[in-house]
Design a protein around this ligand. Sequence first.
Ligand SMILES: CC(C)(COP(=O)(O)OP(=O)(O)OC[C@H]1O[C@@H](n2cnc3c(N)ncnc32)[C@H](O)[C@@H]1OP(=O)(O)O)[C@@H](O)C(=O)NCCC(=O)NCCS
Length: 142
Amino acid sequence: MEIRRLAINNYGEMVRLWIKTKLPFKPEGRDSREAIATQMKANPEFFLGALEDNRLVGSVIISSDSRKGWINRLVVDPGFRRRGVAKALIAGSEKVLRRHGIRIFCVLIEDYNTVSKKLFKECNYVEGRDVIYFSKRDSNEV
Ligand SMILES: CC(C)(COP(=O)(O)OP(=O)(O)OC[C@H]1O[C@@H](n2cnc3c(N)ncnc32)[C@H](O)[C@@H]1OP(=O)(O)O)[C@@H](O)C(=O)NCCC(=O)NCCS
């Protein structure tokens, strides 16, 4: 298995993986091909894929607010789970963020997602229970 940077020609495969795993995404908004191409141009290192025999079996989108680094949309093909693919994508994300000077790595996990919570604890992330996520959106597509 190889962890490597994804480019816009991987867009179709990435979307297929999101659809297969029922990961919500916004095809008309921030996840459209054009929007992803713009994000990739701004931060070419921030889209990572796990490839097995040239097939995309996992992916992650990294982001940085320049103070903290964020791990988003981590997903692994159900046929390739429990093989350390997610762990490798998390380690790869941290490596990219460290290159950008980031030393705090964060993830938002829905409370019901016990698998993901266990995964991040395994990777030495510390759960913060005293924070409630607030957000404001200009539209449902963003
Ligand atoms: C969460 C997810 C990315 C994990 O991917 P994965 O490649 O199977 O994870 P790993 O093989 O790297 O697992 C590492 C550790 O996490 C924990 N873990 C992972 N899957 C688990 C499961 N189904 N049940 C219990 N623990 C689990 C284990 O501690 C595991 O170590 P082990 O296999 O040695 O016991 C994958 O299940 C997934 O895509 N889920 C749907 C999308 C999602 O919830 N993404 C997270 C958004 S925050």
